[in-house]
Design a protein around this ligand. Structure first.
Ligand code: RBF
Length: 172
């Protein structure tokens, strides 16, 4: 299934970024439900480029499933090069409770990585009840959550930059 409704990038909020040419973003994409994660990835890439991030400054890696997203993020963090890491996955609720374990561990893992590294690790994980709900959020009637993940990543980079500037101005 192709992306049904594209998010209108021109309607995205303004984000103040200094030296945008020096901003590096890591993107970790889970292969499970790749019809969905592929659309989320495309949305994230389009949004990043809308804000002026060069394609050369975006490093993309794929991991087998969403459970591996924190490990993918950690592998990128080791390079100490990225200003934010966007993690994209889709865990569809099934007949068993696997989804609860995966979703919880991704949330905990990304929270820990972000807090310990100081690099925002963005939770771009869809947790729908079925494929229909997933597609609605991957370019369908509920927009594209990959775009939102990219906006969140750059908003956090901007927040970090603004604090650095303030620090300098008062002489620390
Ligand atoms: N990974 C996903 O990204 N989305 C899923 O919907 C998903 N469903 C799974 C269901 C079961 C029963 C299992 C065992 C794994 C599932 N995975 C899913 C894969 C998981 O994220 C991980 O790759 C594997 O468990 C190996 O660590």
């Amino acid at each position: 299934m192709t992306v049904k409704k594209k998010t209108n990038l021109s309607e995205l909020k303004e984000i103040e970024l200094s030296s945008v040419e020096n901003v590096h973003i890591g993107l970790v994409v889970a292969e499970w439900n790749n019809e969905v994660t592929g659309s989320l990835r495309d949305g994230a890439l389009e949004a990043l480029m809308h804000y002026g991030i060069s394609r050369d400054n975006i490093k993309e890696v794929s991991v087998p499933g969403s459970f591996e997203l924190p490990m993918g993020a950690r592998a990128l963090l080791k390079h100490k090069k990225y200003d934010a890491i966007i993690c994209i996955g889709c865990v569809i609720k099934g007949e068993t409770s696997h989804n609860e374990y995966i979703n919880q561990s991704v949330a905990t893992g990304l929270t820990q990585l972000g807090l310990t590294s100081g690099v925002p690790c963005i939770f771009g994980l869809l947790t729908p009840n079925n494929m229909e709900q997933a597609l609605e959020r991957a370019g369908g009637t509920h927009g594209n959550k990959g775009v939102e993940a990219a906006v969140t990543a750059l908003s956090m980079v901007s927040m970090g930059q603004s604090l650095e500037k303030k620090g300098k101005s008062i002489g620390f």
